[in-house]
Design a protein around this ligand. Structure first.
Ligand SMILES: [Fe+2]
Length: 419
């Protein structure tokens, strides 16, 4: 009920978004109704001053620290000035002059709002931004948003971002295809940093790689522009995990180029270790290609064989994917079979994993059929919002009008039981 009223009453397209949309249309960006290959144009300028080439973006958020990254057009001595609501400003300077800037603010207070502004050579540039540190209590409420297949630089992407911003999430996950068409350096700026500017300045975003993102340099232009957790297998950000409250999030690289996930692979072995080591109440795994999909690309048969048993054994609660530009949610699945479907949509201790495809973030929608394992499915542009409070998880699929068109709840009677 809370979510319904919140979106119905509060969903607004801001003036800023409307200006961006108008500018995007004037630039001839009509392409969201056609093929993905058209999504190479840029959007309108976002929150950039004449000094800032991209960013700022938040990264590596924690209870007591926040990393702020941006790129300047000219070489400069960077700094961040930051302050709490009633506090005096502090200044954190970068290590060296240059154009790529990464500054960690540490010694912050948990669950606290901060403001910040960038400086170049001691001169304030851009707007005042804000963020909130994570709460310290392990059972603190967490809201996270998810969207995928959005990186087109098109008006629909701005709509997704607007809905995400209105929901005021603590963090955002993506399910890949963040940068159409080929993940080139130019597209990273045009289709990620410009459209995302008004989100990534105050919400930490944790993308996973999609097949389009890795077409250039195996994804290096995109990955080089982000500051994500690194895994301890190959030291890269291609797959990683992190905790927030009582949730453990795992991002895998599952694309055309890394789909086999053979048990001998570094990523598979890292995943097993990661699943074994977490004691979080909720385990959320996200990657691009789905195990189960009733749409164009269909099932990932090999993924079902390789990953399905791991998700079963270690009690992964929710698996999020993209790639098929639809919304799909299965009943709980274990061993390839639907379990506990009679509880739909309010589950208590379900014995299987919920598989969600959220690929309606901006690119052309696909059609879908409905197999018997599908609890809900729509060919509709949307984002997904999760609210986690202690042993209760709520999913809401929200369209661009703010309408919640699917809901699902899971309650765990024994928190921390791994499922
Ligand atoms: Fe894809």
């Amino acid at each position: 009920m809370y979510l319904i009223s919140r979106w119905n009453e509060d969903l607004k397209i801001s003036w800023f978004t409307m200006i961006l949309l108008a500018a995007g249309l004037m630039a001839g960006l009509s392409g969201c109704g056609s093929d993905e290959s058209e999504y190479t144009g840029g959007g309108a300028p976002g929150d950039f001053s004449g000094d800032i080439e991209r960013g700022p973006q938040l990264a590596l958020a924690s209870t007591r620290s926040m990393t702020i990254a941006w790129r300047s057009f000219e070489s400069t001595e960077p700094a961040v000035v930051y302050w709490g609501e009633n506090g005096l400003p502090s200044t954190r300077r970068g290590d060296r002059p240059g154009t790529e800037h990464v500054i960690e603010l540490d010694g912050l207070l948990p669950d606290t709002a901060y403001f910040y502004q960038l400086q170049h050579d001691g001169r304030s540039v851009g707007e005042v931004h804000n963020f909130r540190t994570a709460a310290d209590a392990p059972d603190a409420a967490i809201r996270f948003g998810v969207f995928g297949d959005f990186g087109c630089g098109c008006p629909a992407q701005y709509e997704s971002i607007g809905v995400l911003k209105d929901s005021q999430p603590d963090l955002v996950l993506t399910t890949g295809d963040n940068v159409y068409y080929s993940g080139s350096a130019r597209e990273v700026r045009q289709n990620y940093f410009i459209p995302m500017a008004s989100l990534i300045d105050h919400v930490p975003v944790y993308p996973t790689l999609g097949n389009h993102d890795v077409m250039t340099g195996n994804g290096s232009p995109f990955l080089d522009s982000l500051y994500l957790p690194v895994n301890d297998a190959d030291g890269s950000e291609r797959f990683y995990s992190f905790d927030r409250g009582n949730c453990h999030f795992i991002s895998l690289e599952v694309t055309d180029r890394a789909e086999d996930l053979a048990p001998s692979s570094q990523q598979y072995q890292w995943l097993v270790r990661d699943l074994q080591s977490t004691a979080a109440t909720w385990v959320i795994c996200y990657f691009h290609h789905p195990l189960y999909s009733d749409s164009s690309h269909g099932d990932g048969a090999l993924l079902q064989i390789r990953l399905g048993p791991l998700f079963d054994e270690y009690g992964v609660d929710v698996v999020l994917s993209g790639h098929d530009h639809t919304y799909q949610r299965t009943y709980p699945i274990r061993g390839g079979l639907v379990l506990d479907g009679q509880m739909e949509p309010n589950y208590t201790d379900p014995q299987g994993t919920m598989y969600v495809v959220t690929g309606g973030g901006g690119a052309t929608l696909y059609g879908l059929w409905r197999s018997q394992r599908l609890a809900a499915g729509e060919s509709r542009r949307h984002v997904v919002i999760f609210d986690v409070v202690g042993n209760e998880l709520n999913l809401s699929a929200v369209d661009y009008n703010g309408a919640v068109f699917d809901r699902m709840k899971i309650i765990k009677r024994v928190p921390g039981d791994g499922r």
